[in-house]
Design a protein around this ligand. Structure first.
Ligand code: 4H4
Length: 244
């Protein structure tokens, strides 16, 4: 993954969020590139309108197709045949698996809608994938786009350094991550689990896997279906179920 092209009415929202921290450093280092295209720059009327009343009446405004289409055409050549993702509550639910899939793409175009959404005809004309970050309605697709860019970018080689990258991540191995601790050894009377101070890495790894299984069982039992567990770990899970 190298280049994100974001079609948006609020480039500063995207640039603001993505100019900090790990993603900001990756952009500065040229590991990834985020280019915002302001849809309003492609409005053809002197008031720079980009939305209008919905045909058939009803509340809210709809984004007109022409400014979005022309904004897309302005980067189509450079985005050469990339997927065009429309951020919408009607889209496929985004997850780590999709993040990994998108991280393999060289370019991604992301369309951020506003108001009640976007004229259906430009969706039919340019959009290849509709993606949702959850069953709720945002005022604009920018926060959703920023979440996608963040989740995908951290999977791009060179974005996370060795301290930041985590070989075992929540969702990547089908389980939630184990609890994490760092200094001080005692905080508010709570001690760090003894095993983590033992230096016995095989036992630490075993404890961490067990903690992941316990957490997943308690918080997201639905995930256990897809988890890859050894025979011993499956027996451990069964013992949890018997405890109940
Ligand atoms: C798009 C609102 C489409 C409603 C929007 C519709 C999300 C989300 C989101 C601004 C835009 C909203 N984007 N995940 N959730 N008419 N985007 O809420 O299709 O219902 O990604 S509509």
């Amino acid at each position: 993954m190298k280049n994100f092209y974001v079609l948006t009415l609020f480039p500063e929202m995207i640039e603001g969020v993505l100019s900090h921290s790990i993603i900001g450093r990756a952009v500065k280092d040229g590991v990834i590139n985020v280019e915002c295209v302001n849809i309003r720059d492609f409005s053809t009327d002197k008031h720079r309108h980009v939305d209008d009343y919905p045909y058939g009446g009803g509340a809210g405004m709809v984004m007109q197709p022409q400014p979005i289409y022309d904004a897309y055409k302005s980067i189509e050549e450079r985005a050469k045949g990339s997927r065009v993702i429309y951020m919408s509550p009607q889209g496929k639910r985004f997850d780590q698996k999709t993040a990994e899939e998108l991280a393999g793409e060289e370019n991604l175009v992301i369309l951020c809608g506003h108001y009640e959404g976007v004229d259906e005809r430009v969706i039919e004309e340019i959009v290849t994938d509709e993606i949702s970050i959850g069953d709720f309605v945002l005022t604009g697709g920018e926060l959703a786009a920023a979440a996608i860019i963040d989740a995908v970018s951290r999977l791009v080689p060179g974005v996370l350094n060795k301290e930041e990258s985590h070989e075992i991540e929540s969702f990547s191995d089908g389980l939630l991550e184990y609890p994490q601790y760092t200094r001080p050894p005692v905080f508010m009377g709570r001690e760090v689990p003894e095993i983590l101070l033992s230096g016995h890495h095989a036992n630490i790894d075993k404890w961490r896997r067990e903690q992941s299984i316990i957490r997943t069982y308690r918080k997201r039992p639905d995930m256990l279906e897809g988890a890859v567990l050894s025979d011993k770990e499956r027996k451990f899970l069964e013992s949890l179920k018997e405890e109940k």
